[in-house]
Design a protein around this ligand. Sequence first.
Ligand SMILES: [Zn+2]
Length: 337
Amino acid sequence: MASKERVTVNFFVTPERYPWHGALWSVLARQFEQLPHALLLQGRPGLGKHDFAVQLAQALLCEQSQEGTACGKCHGCHLFNVGTHPDLSCVGLVEDARNITVDQIRALGDFLSLRPHTATRKVVIISPADAMNLNAANSLLKLLEEPPLGSMLLLATSHPARLPATIRSRCSRLLFRLPVPSVGQAWLQARPEIRDPALLLDLAGGAPLLAESLARSEFPSTRVKLLQDLASLAQGREHAVACAARWKSLGTEQALGWLHGFVSDLLKVCMGAPASSLLNPEAVTHGETIKNKYKINELYSFIDAILEKYRQLNSPLDELLMLEDILIRWVRLSRLQ
Ligand SMILES: [Zn+2]
């Protein structure tokens, strides 16, 4: 449900090494001189795959890296940090483009066909790799099948299933897992501007960087308003039409995305999972236990309806009517149980 990630490399700030990457760095450090020519960095959004790729690229281009860590002082590191290293190419979404295009990948072929300028190899970062359109992916496949000597390709993606199987099978997979909650919370707690790290981490599904970006957005206060509206609707204190207008002003896509996550969590709890702090059960159920309040099949139908609305977002259909319809369904769902 998340919108497409748009990442850029800020060469002037070397990305932080995240504590939950420690095990992956250890694995890479042990085989740093014999790394495969293509790595697919995959895992959920908000785990720092792109930053990892940038750090790895710097280490690969560093003239005196040690155990997978760039020195930060050599000529290669200097060029890297000012964004002018001639042996690095980073491919991503350009401005408002929806895809990485075949021209961008063809340019990589030209880049890799030349000998390295100052380093011992050439490094390419493609992020988010799932944004490649079919022609771009086919063009990349040729590079992966016959990789130029000394080339190293780092592909980062939160949606590996969107990549052709032929691409995935030619890369070695580096799987990014969610950190244990205490690690994610400790990292968030070190940021004084972040309040309630436990809740944010829950809202982000355990991904610390996503939690950090949520904290910077208006989402925490928006979420409180959405929860209050659901409670008011369920208790008959509010009309769906009035709520729909508010939800539209908050952003239809965000509201539907949040509702999908909320109802999915409700469903999990009804199926026996422990209640999470996401649900704020007091707000929506008058203190009744969630498990007894909702029927599983009704929740499934509701989730289908939300997804249907989500799919219609870019159609000519009126967003206000869409939201009214979905909130009327919520009222029925809450009262008929
Ligand atoms: Zn260096």
